[in-house]
Design a protein around this ligand. Structure first.
Ligand code: TRP
Length: 431
């Protein structure tokens, strides 16, 4: 049984590198194969707009990251794999969440605070160069997560605060409007080492020390030959501790292979030979994936199709859920205006209700539920929401009198007298 929903996104602002592969892509693809998880993976292209102002780069990165997920074995039939900007419900939810998010909460976000601190240190206005997009980043991310009620969100350490903010925002919304959101948890892989880059510091775009995951073979060799080492000569024993080369090897090799390299270090292996070992070990894992990747990147249309199919799957959840949230906050059609809360508090119990929704077939349906939520009537599918709404309006205004004429559009799911009783609630609202 699928019990846990796991969701994560990658911002489409660059080219995936070995650090992304070892830290995020490889473990999440493996996790997605577990039977008991339902996974959601997406390309965070709205997030990319916060830091990238080059349209071509956003598009190229979207292609590269999508092809990377697929080449690394993500199965779009088993998981929901989509592009954030294909889900218009995400920015809609972002607004609903914005309205329950304390500005003070966002003031405390690390990424925003870092910009402010930098400005303050250099004597600039605190918000110099800070866009509202950067400020709102955590709310957009909360919408990503809460839309699918994810339990677990695999992220790097730098993102933990954002998951905590998503929890806070979800709790505020739930407190105000009822229990709609699952409170998500960050899943941080402690045993996944942060990979060192070419210069020995953490591999990161911002240090410009990355090894692109799918660099062509010869470029990969060159990059590996350029990894910093100390100046020990061939024949001199070498320390594995603090060796970027060794840590990179370890991230790809079996424990036995790693032990063998450690012995070779002790026996004074030449740096050039150790680099060649790393290159070959990397190639062994990456070359087959690179072949698939290169093919995929040549066929962007195919990837586009895969993403469209993924968006459809994601929206089958997002569209009805957003309808429910809209209703919860009071963004409601006017044909059944609720009683004022004051009257409701005066002891009136729940009332029968019409619910409008959209099916997977893209058509608009409605149903009539009695006061206890039991299904009484079910409509056929309408091409436009207005048609469904007009039919509801007729039932509410004319009640049972409209039933005969509307019968071809309706399926009775409850006893006729239960239907009649429910409809009379609308025609005689004071009864
Ligand atoms: N902010 C994440 C990063 O830069 C990417 C991201 C966007 C994300 N939305 C998300 C990750 C939702 C997890 C869940 O790495």
């Amino acid at each position: 049984m699928k019990t846990q929903r796991v969701l994560t996104g990658i911002t489409t602002s660059g080219t995936p590198h070995l650090g992304n592969y070892v830290g995020a892509i490889r473990p999440t693809v493996r996790a997605s194969r577990l039977a008991e998880v339902e996974s959601f993976y997406f390309l965070a292209d709205y997030h990319a707009l916060i830091k990238v102002g080059e349209p071509a780069r956003v598009q190229r990165s979207t292609l590269e990251i999508a092809a990377t997920w697929l080449a690394c074995g993500l199965d779009p039939d088993k998981v929901t794999f989509y592009r954030q900007s294909d889900i218009p419900e995400i920015p809609e939810l972002t607004w609903l969440l914005t309205c329950v998010t304390g500005k003070g909460l966002l003031n405390r976000a690390h990424a925003y605070k870092a910009s402010v601190d930098k400005n303050t240190a250099s004597g600039d206005e605190p918000d110099n160069g800070v866009t509202a997009g950067l400020f709102m980043y955590p709310v957009l991310m909360a919408a990503d997560i809460l839309m699918f009620n994810a339990h677990q969100v695999p992220v790097g350490r730098d993102q933990i605060q954002h998951i905590e903010m998503a929890r806070d925002i979800a709790a505020s919304f739930n407190h105000l409007y009822g229990e709609h959101f699952t409170l998500p948890e960050a899943a941080v892989e402690d045993h996944v080492a942060t990979l060192p880059g070419l210069d020995g510091r953490k591999m990161s775009k911002s240090y410009d020390n990355t090894i692109p995951l799918f660099a062509p073979r010869e470029q990969l060799r060159k990059l590996i030959m350029g990894i910093v080492t100390d100046s020990r000569a061939p024949g001199e024993p070498k320390a594995t501790e603090g060796s970027a080369l060794f840590q990179l090897y370890q991230a790809f090799a079996s424990p036995e292979e790693t032990a063998a390299l450690a012995r070779a270090y002790a026996n004074g292996i030449a740096w050039g030979d150790a680099k060649q070992m790393l290159f070959e070990r990397l190639e062994q894992e990456i070359a087959p994936l690179r072949t698939v990747y290169d093919e995929l990147v040549q066929n962007p249309g195919q990837i586009e199709k895969t993403l469209q199919a993924g968006a459809q799957k994601a929206r089958a959840i997002a569209t009805p859920f957003t309808a429910r949230l809209r209703h919860a906050v009071g963004l409601r059609p006017l044909y059944a205006v609720a009683e004022t809360p004051k009257r409701a508090r005066a002891g009136k119990s729940a009332a029968p209700s019409f619910k409008q929704y959209r099916e997977n077939d893209g058509l608009f349906h409605f149903k009539l539920l009695d006061a206890d939520g039991r299904l009484l009537l079910q409509s056929t599918g309408f091409a436009a929401p207005r048609e469904a709404a007009q039919t509801i309006a007729r039932l509410q205004q004319q009640g049972n009198a409209a039933l005969a004429e509307l019968a071809p559009l309706l399926t009775f799911q409850g006893a006729p007298d239960a239907v009649a009783a429910a409809l009379s609630h609308f025609t005689q609202p004071s009864a």
